[in-house]
Design a protein around this ligand. Structure first.
Ligand SMILES: *Cc1c(COP(=O)(O)O)cnc(C)c1O
Length: 437
């Protein structure tokens, strides 16, 4: 029997989805989980084991979503579970300082060359929102530059996407975001040094900060062009604006020291999330000491959080970073991801499907596009219907990819070469299926 004909039982996921939709908008608590971009019924997950997801109908999948990036050690990592369990017995939240916060801060400061002090929050969204506030306070300026297609969480001021051309002021990409709020956000194409230079020439003295994902991971995976990040550093220095790297995905992912270490470019502020929480809700922002001391209670810039620095989350973060410090971890991730990348490229070629595939360490992307993808406009030319077919063909073969082409695939230390090879074998059939019909 051809594996594509294997009928997958999904009755229980369908019932769960039906019940959820009565109570949760779209049945979900974060939109992309609803499978809108690819159609079909989202799988309700019963548990995870290593690189595997098991759904409520008992289907098994090799997981490349990894909870959207945090689970770099895979599901149910023993060290992380033990750390959480150990701390949990002593109490789950105090709203008072614990030594664990300092321990995780120490690990973050040691890892990221530009970070001298750090403040923990509960999500990546909180991190970017707070970094923008701090940047505006520190510079006494209001304008923010954001690249089209970069995602910085659902902060009002950062929910602006492509206007028409490099110099347009932002227009909200969601109702409920006042135009006056995003009018303080300038949009520029990613990887376009010339447009960036022009916008600084025009508005330089009013720009508080340039926010960027040093490797874009929310329009698929798009690496920075050669010299792009150093060019941004130079522009910010020339005009006295702060460079803010949103390393919520890339921090501890593209190297232990994040993208700033991998590319050797030091931002003024760094936003973190995902991997530093080891799967629990954590975000952080940090940077130069002279900036961070402007936060309350030392300085006037207010930012707080009832559950910030929560012991369970800090323990999961510490355990995750300690595991990532073991020798050979990033080489292992590189080897596994490289094997997967080469295999997927070969599978697409054999099936005669035009794809543009990109990879930085263990974050990678597959665009159904005939030409190189270096920015948002190019990403948007990708064939979303072909991806939807590919996605379902993979899902039916037990491979769980992101339910949208404009997200990354993540490889974890829990993936095995055998699982990677099974993924490639599934892709050989799935590319052919995506191409036909
Ligand atoms: C996921 C993400 C965020 C938002 O983090 P949440 O924890 O979902 O709020 C911000 N920036 C980047 C680059 C992200 O990938």
């Amino acid at each position: 029997m051809n594996s594509s004909q294997r009928a997958q039982q999904t009755a229980r996921s369908e019932a769960a989805y039906h019940a959820a939709r009565q109570l949760l908008p779209g049945g979900v608590n974060s939109p992309v989980r609803a499978f809108r971009a690819v159609g079909g019924t989202p799988r309700y997950i019963a548990r995870g084991e290593g690189a595997l997801l098991i759904d409520v109908d008992g289907n098994e999948y090799i997981d490349y979503v990894a909870s959207w990036g945090p689970l770099i050690l895979g599901h149910g990592h023993q060290g992380v579970l033990d750390a959480i369990a150990g701390v949990m017995r002593a109490g789950i939240s105090f709203g008072a300082p614990t030594e664990l916060e300092t321990r995780l801060a120490e690990l973050v400061v040691q890892a990221l060359p530009s970070v001298e002090m750090v403040r923990f929050v509960n999500s990546g969204t909180e991190a970017t929102m707070s970094a923008v506030r701090l940047a505006r306070a520190a510079t006494g300026r209001t304008l923010i530059i954001k690249c089209e297609g970069c995602y910085h969480g659902h902060v009002d001021a950062l929910l602006a996407r492509a206007g028409s051309g490099a110099t347009t002021f932002g227009t909200p990409s969601s109702p409920g975001v006042p135009a006056s709020v995003v009018s303080q956000t300038l949009l520029v194409p990613y990887n376009d040094r010339t447009s960036m230079g022009r916008i600084f020439e025009e508005h330089g003295s009013q720009i508080a900060a340039l926010l960027v994902e040093p490797v874009a991971g929310n329009m698929g995976c798009i690496p920075p062009a050669d010299g792009y990040l150093p060019g941004l550093r130079e522009l910010c220095d020339t005009y006295g604006a702060l460079l803010v790297f949103d390393e919520v995905i890339t921090g501890f992912r593209v190297s232990y020291g994040g993208a700033q270490s991998r590319y050797g470019v030091m931002p003024d502020l760094t936003c973190l999330g995902k991997v530093i929480g080891g799967g629990l809700p954590v975000g952080a922002y940090g940077g130069r000491r002279d900036l961070m001391v402007q936060l309350a209670p030392l300085g006037p810039v207010y930012q707080a959080g009832t559950l910030s620095g929560n012991p369970l989350a800090m323990a999961a973060g510490v355990a995750t970073l300690r595991a990532l410090q073991q020798p050979g971890v990033y080489d292992q991730l590189e080897q596994l991801a490289s094997r997967l990348g080469q295999g997927l490229a070969r599978a697409a070629r054999q099936a005669g499907v035009s794809t543009w595939q990109s990879r930085v360490g263990s974050m990678m992307g597959v665009f159904f596009a005939a030409r190189p993808v270096a920015d948002y406009d190019a990403a948007m030319t990708s064939d979303t219907q072909a991806y939807a077919k590919f996605f379902h063909a993979m899902l039916n073969r037990g491979v769980y990819l992101a339910p949208s082409q404009f997200e990354c695939l993540f490889v974890s230390t829990a993936h095995t070469e055998d699982q990677i090879d099974r993924t490639i074998a599934a892709a050989e059939e799935a590319f052919a299926e995506a191409e036909s019909a």
